[in-house]
Design a protein around this ligand. Structure first.
Ligand code: AMP
Length: 481
């Protein structure tokens, strides 16, 4: 009855107590220091408590995790789990997100006696199986490990009362939807389902229609919007030469007052290369990508979180949902293939209302991807060029178009990233401590950028391809223009 009243007067809801949460939860919330519910919490919590299915369109950073964990704790507080028969299941696309949700449960559930198990790949199954044997109220899992344990007969899913699919669009991108559908088919028909996605493309909408019964839809920010407190800058580079890109990145890292930063690459192997290169240049950097074993991933993330590492070279595994407060910068070493990934990447900074800055290195080949990003975020992004950027080595291999391995837009191979080149072994710029003044960055209005007239036909001796150094724009400062 009390909850019904809250729904009816939801326009006036401003405190957690008003949402119908019990004293133990309110105490835990107070301990973390939250004073008022975020919009997603305000809108979702009463409906979850009413046992309604919920379709939540919300990005990470909006307080969505507490939006489902708080009412779940409330509802699971009464009742006990039986061995191997969890009472609720939360599916997350990555191990990091699953771990983060588990931490949320620990934080908010500190005055409750709920049991929890985290089933993620990359860790031994023994401990996970023993916790299942003891009976768990909340099971948080990545889809692959979940199916694996089910097929080994270690879990029974017929007592699941609350099913949460989090980051559904990410699941789609990562190819997990068949696994999610399989898991859903193993659950009892009578249950409550909460479905969250940052974006609602038609495939996700269809999926939601299949999984949810008469859901309450809550949307807290338009899909794919970027926060206003993040300053976004595109750095226009004259070529796609990787050595020159790394030089540009180093210039930015030295110039900017970076407290800590994610540096995103599109490919895992480039994460490793960039990591090595930055280390060689004296930067305090770690690496994070999906091919690393779980313990190294966890250790690196912890070091980054605690300030032991200033820069984190990473793949998109770190783009979604990682909640690290006070990240001052995000650098996109590569423009992401998917425009939505751009939104997620830069959303790692400017969290909880703080200011953040993102820089994206843009090569002449990236025009289409940049246009897609600007179309998605409905915003023209500020451009800068770096003056005095050393030219790429004209002796560098000519760039060739290659077939994309996964049907993505074909991209030219990196001219010097596949191996350590002599230039890389003998950096032209000294490490930070003995550094000569870095190249200056000049806003575009103060500079004249003259494109070298693009030859209509291919250059003689290079087949269909025009080497990067021939396509490089000639940059002349205004005085001399
Ligand atoms: P999430 O979107 O769930 O990843 O949450 C983003 C961040 O917001 C996390 O650091 C939470 O601890 C924080 N948060 C969640 N709810 C609140 C709240 N009501 N007030 C302040 N911060 C919150």
């Amino acid at each position: 009855m009390a909850r019904q009243l809250i729904i009816e007067f939801s326009a006036q809801v401003t405190t957690f107590a008003d949402l119908g949460l019990s004293d133990d939860l309110l105490k835990a919330i107070q301990d973390v220091g939250y004073t008022t519910p975020t919009p997603i919490q305000e809108q979702a919590i009463p409906h979850v408590l009413m046992m309604r299915d919920v379709l939540g369109c919300a990005q990470t950073g909006t307080g969505k995790t507490a939006g489902f964990t708080l009412p779940m704790i409330e509802m699971l507080a009464n009742g006990r789990a039986r061995a191997r028969m969890p009472r609720s299941l939360i599916l997350e696309p990555t191990r990091e997100l699953a771990t983060q949700v588990a931490e949320n449960f620990r934080t908010y559930g500190k005055y409750h006696k709920l049991t929890m198990a985290l089933l993620i790949g990359g860790e031994t199954m023994g401990a996970q199986i023993s916790s299942l044997d003891r009976g768990v109220d909340v099971l948080i899992a990545t889809p692959g490990r979940m199916i694996d344990l089910f097929e080994r007969g270690k879990i029974m899913l017929n007592d699941i009362k609350i099913f949460v699919i989090d980051e559904a669009d990410r699941m789609l991108d990562m190819g997990f939807i068949p696994d999610v559908e399989k898991i859903a088919s193993l659950l009892p028909p009578l249950k409550q389902t909460l479905f969250f996605s940052a974006t609602m493309p038609p495939e996700i909408r269809k999926l939601a229609d299949r999984f949810l019964k008469n859901p309450k839809t809550v949307t807290v920010s338009p899909p794919a919007s970027t926060a206003v407190n993040i300053r976004q800058v595109l750095i226009n580079l004259p070529s796609g030469d990787d050595w020159q890109k790394r030089e540009a990145l180093r210039t930015l890292l030295r110039r900017e007052n970076v407290q800590n930063a994610f540096i995103f690459c599109n490919r895992k192997r480039d994460v490793a290369l960039l990591h090595k290169s930055l280390q060689k240049h004296g930067f305090n950097v770690g690496a994070l990508h999906g091919d690393m074993d779980q313990s190294s991933r966890t250790e690196t993330l912890e070091k980054f979180r605690s300030g032991g590492i200033t820069f984190l070279a990473c793949s998109d595994v770190a783009a979604r949902g990682l909640d690290i407060a006070d990240v001052s910068h995000v650098f996109n070493f590569d423009v992401p293939f998917n425009a939505e990934d751009y939104v997620h990447r830069i959303g790692r900074t400017g969290r909880a209302g703080k200011n953040g800055t993102s820089y994206t290195l843009v090569t002449p080949d990236d025009g289409k991807q940049v246009a897609a990003i600007e179309h998605l975020i409905k915003q023209k992004i500020e451009r800068e060029v770096i003056a005095d950027l050393p030219a790429p080595d004209p002796q560098a291999r000519p760039r060739r178009e290659v077939a994309s391995p996964r049907g993505r837009r074909a991209r030219p191979p990196r001219s010097d990233s596949r191996r350590s080149t002599p230039r890389e072994q003998e950096p032209r710029i000294a490490p930070v401590a003995t550094l000569a003044p870095p190249p200056t960055i000049v806003p575009p209005q103060e500079r004249v950028v003259r494109e070298t007239p693009a030859p209509k036909a291919a250059a003689a001796g290079f087949g269909d391809n025009l080497p990067a150094f021939l396509r490089r724009p000639v940059v002349i400062s205004k005085g001399s223009a």
